[in-house]
Design a protein around this ligand. Structure first.
Ligand code: NAD
Length: 316
């Protein structure tokens, strides 16, 4: 299989490098952040650490959209929501009818944009329960021991296809621990609700996931957000792949045991003066609620809360 990763940031590098190292796949990368591209070219690859250890240089095939002329079987798309539209426009000349697109970005908004270039039967979604940090240009840290992290994947049509089976086999070999789901929207929403609790609260209060869950009221706060999101989903006719209780346990387990030392990616964006994806996470849940005559007051408040935290961070 040939994969081309659009977005050689934290997650794009994680997927692409694990595929490159553990499978027979050919992997290329496309990126547009000039300091990152320059650094990777200057040092002859990307420095990759595993949980802050074993930092080593790994060569990758990296191109700008304008330089690239490859023809992959699968595009793996890992941009931040706000960057995607522009990047897809820049890559449009490369998209062909026989190719499929896979994306495990957080939030909701990316599939509508990808669908402008790929028909629904060629789009695959994923959710990645894993932590990765881009320390700076040309330097990435795959948090978690070897084999850590899990992911779900599902076709937008909910049908399992041969190409999905081939991707699944490669992801498995790459230690990404995939599981095929049979409900695209239910799978995506379960991750959005998880992020709406953990990413949002850790970002607002500038704390790690472990610090969040150590607060005695953390489970109550999480349950309130989960209940509100599930109430909105029920009105919208979306059945999530987790029950409310399972969602709470997932928040608790990942924060307490999985990645207690990790600052979620929204915090990393804020701390580098970048915009967060909150409008596509809590903001999306609130929008879904409003569209179905239900006001998600806490999610609406927290969407403002994160934007206010972005502003406040600039004053420090
Ligand atoms: P990222 O910010 O590391 O990279 C995305 C793109 O932004 C890349 O093209 C990268 O080169 C560019 N970029 C990085 N820093 C930049 C800067 N300072 N200025 C300009 N451009 C910059 O994003 P990511 O963490 O890989 O996330 C991609 C998607 O995956 C998002 O939707 C995210 O929510 C989701 N996700 C992330 C994680 C994680 O742990 N990082 C886990 C699960 C899902």
């Amino acid at each position: 299989m040939k994969y081309t990763v659009i977005g050689a940031g934290a997650m794009g590098l994680r997927y692409g490098i694990l595929l490159q190292e553990h499978t027979n796949a050919h992997v290329d990368f496309i990126d547009a952040w000039a300091p990152h591209i320059d650094k990777i070219r200057e040092q002859g690859g990307v420095y990759v650490s595993r949980d802050h250890e074993n930092r080593r240089l790994i060569p990758i095939n990296l191109y700008t959209p304008e330089e690239y002329d490859g023809d992959p079987d699968v595009w793996i798309i890992f941009m931040k929501q706000m960057q995607l539209e522009d990047m897809l426009k820049r890559c449009a000349h490369l998209f062909k009818d026989h190719q499929v697109a896979f994306s495990a970005m957080n939030g909701w908004g990316h599939f509508e944009k990808i669908a402008q270039y790929f028909s629904e039967d060629r789009i695959y979604g994923g959710t990645a329960l894993v932590a990765t940090v881009l320390n700076g240009p040309g330097d990435v840290d795959f948090i978690g021991k070897s084999g850590a992290g899990t992911m779900h994947m599902c076709a937008m049509t909910n049908k399992v296809t041969d190409i999905e089976k081939a991707m699944f086999a490669d992801f498995q070999q790459a230690n990404l621990n995939p599981e095929i789901s049979d409900d695209f929207k239910g799978m995506c929403m379960a991750k959005i609700v998880f992020n709406s609790v953990v990413n949002t609260l850790c970002t607002m209060y500038q704390i790690t996931m472990g610090q969040f869950i150590s607060y005695p009221g953390a489970r109550d706060m999480a349950m309130q957000l989960i209940n509100e999101a599930y109430d909105a989903c029920e009105r919208a006719g979306i059945k999530l792949i987790n029950t409310r209780a399972e969602e709470l346990e997932s928040v608790d387990y990942v924060s307490r045991t999985g990645n207690p030392l990790h600052y979620p990616s929204m915090y990393q964006d804020m701390s580098r003066g970048r915009k967060t994806e909150v409008d596509y996470i809590n903001g999306y849940i609130a929008k879904l609620g409003r569209e179905h005559d239900y006001v998600c007051r806490t999610h609406e408040f927290l969407t403002h809360g994160v934007h206010l935290a972005e502003l406040a961070f600039q004053y420090h």
